[in-house]
Design a binder for this molecule. Sequence first.
Ligand SMILES: Cc1ncc(COP(=O)(O)O)c(C=O)c1O
Length: 385
Amino acid sequence: MIPVNEPLIGAREEEYVLECLRTGWISSSGRFIERFEEGWATYCGQKFGIAVSNGTTALQVAVGCLGLKPGDLVIIPTFTIISCALAVIYNGGIPVLADCDPRTWCLSPEGVKEAVERETKKGNGHRLKAIMPVHIYGHPVDMDPLEELAEAYSLAIIEDAAEAHGTEYLSGRMGSSPAWKRCGGLGDLGVFSFYANKAITTGEGGMVITSNAIFAERARNLRNLCFLPEQRFLHTEAGHNFRMTNLQAAIGVAQLERIEAILEKKKAIGKAYCEHLKDIPSLQLPVEEPWAKSIYWMFGIVLHEDTDMNASQMAQRLRDKGIDTRPFFLGMHEQPVFQQMGLFGNEHYPVAERLARRGLYLPSGLTLTESQIDEVAEAVRDILS
Ligand SMILES: Cc1ncc(COP(=O)(O)O)c(C=O)c1O
């Protein structure tokens, strides 16, 4: 079976992890934690990094930095992982959904604008506090229009860059000084996951990055049970143990040392699939907008309506040929758990609904060989011909 992903762990990762084991720095203190936090924040263009246990807890801490009051609203894409919605709910807020762009599959700026205008008009006492753009499958969200909205309505931006390590966005392209910036470094807070299928991995792991010293301090406290610095076992707020271990950070530091090679390989896989599959009329492939440098974290395909197959049937046909795939996200508005909570009642988001039924992603891991890419592409072509 060609797997969807396999992590690529090198000699340097082994060396650094062994150092932790031999020196006894195996919990959440140690030199690799600081190096990883500083290194990753700097790479992304933010001042502070707060390493945590995974991307889900990173989102929870990032939303926690905003100090939501019960019922405050945060706009998130419906097409995302459940962690985004849970981060808002666990902080006492209410997620407000917006659809995604049919080309990039990322949060649609028009959808966000509609949601902002609708929610502000309601005047029901719920305050709109933030927007959470999610850079999907390695392609950036179009951030400029979101920044304008955030400015106009005093909203914070929390970027979920869990799938977009090293993805770049051309910021300010309509202005006089456009600049390429890395995802996670564009918002007030950026969030990453370092799960084993991510471009940079620590096994399990996550990070919040920010240039705001107050948010950074708050994130550090929330991650570590809100111990008071002046009196350790006195607590005035409820925090969490969301700490990352030095062992995990050791892997992250080693990965970061060769990030350029990792991203080059990811992009090469994406470009190779694009080349192989571009003339299959029944397939929609990932785009790379002129203002984007995608890392093709996972290579998604969307089946046109004229094929008689949906994504799960396609996945089965590929599995029969020894190729593993993963389905696209099912929108938050279609999740039974949220319906049971009385959220997103009769909401519909046609783009996300279509992607959930017609989209899947192909093997895209760093261990994938050229001949495996050929094999996957041939199998896709064969099934659709
Ligand atoms: C967009 C997005 N956000 C957040 C997460 C959560 O990260 P983790 O699995 O590390 O909790 C993921 C996980 O894959 C993700 O894809």
